[in-house]
Design a protein around this ligand. Structure first.
Ligand code: ADP
Length: 183
């Protein structure tokens, strides 16, 4: 099963990717998490990415795509994955399509986590990660609307909407049910 999670910053994609990965028996791959791990180890990639992340801008495609490509080639990701945070642009979606084509594979469902902006804003301010200041969050919302939201049309043929307001368990149950219904 190859699943992509799409939704605004703070929609709970990271949390749900872990739960879904566990239930579906495929690895979860989070680009934000991979970047933060690189930044903590102060690798070249991590230092380059951190500049963009701290502003709430997208990390350039050549950095992001290469990192995802390498991860998707690892054996555990061959049979499936839950992708959180990638693709975030239509250009990245085209790249993902070509990576999967190399493996003779195709994407399954794209889960869209739907949450009102005021709810995610509150969650993000409470979380308080480095990039969770009001100004940076505002920019991430802007980037989501202009760069990422077009993916909802791009993936219209496999889009599965999920109401993401609720507890972790409630949202996970809805996502799993929606995936089954979609099969
Ligand atoms: P959130 O969903 O709350 O915005 P993430 O952990 O998914 O948090 O992303 C944090 C930051 O990592 C983004 O603001 C961006 O700078 C960078 N990032 C993550 N995924 C991508 C991607 N696919 N392309 C470019 N930058 C990305």
């Amino acid at each position: 099963m190859r699943i992509v999670l799409v939704g605004p910053p703070g929609a709970g994609k990271g949390t749900q990717s872990i739960v879904l990965s566990d239930r579906l028996g495929v690895p979860h791959i989070s680009t934000g998490e991979l970047f933060r791990a690189h930044a903590e180890r102060a690798t070249d990639l991590g230092l380059a990415a951190k500049e963009y992340m701290d502003r709430g801008d997208l990390v350039p495609d050549e950095v992001t795509n290469e990192m995802v490509h390498r991860r998707l080639e690892e054996p555990d990701a061959r049979a499936g994955f839950v992708l959180d945070g990638f693709p975030r642009t239509v250009a990245q979606a085209d790249v993902l399509k070509s990576y999967l084509a190399e493996q003779g594979a195709e994407l399954g469902a794209v889960l869209e986590f739907q949450v009102p902006e005021e709810v995610v804003l509150e969650r993000l301010l409470a979380r308080g990660r480095d990039d969770d200041t009001a100004e940076v969050i505002h920019n991430r919302f802007e980037v989501y609307r202009s760069e990422t939201a077009p993916l909802l049309d791009y993936y219209a043929d496999r889009l599965v909407p999920v109401d993401a307001v609720g507890t972790v368990d409630e949202v996970a149950a809805r996502a799993l049910k929606a995936l089954q219904a979609d099969e």
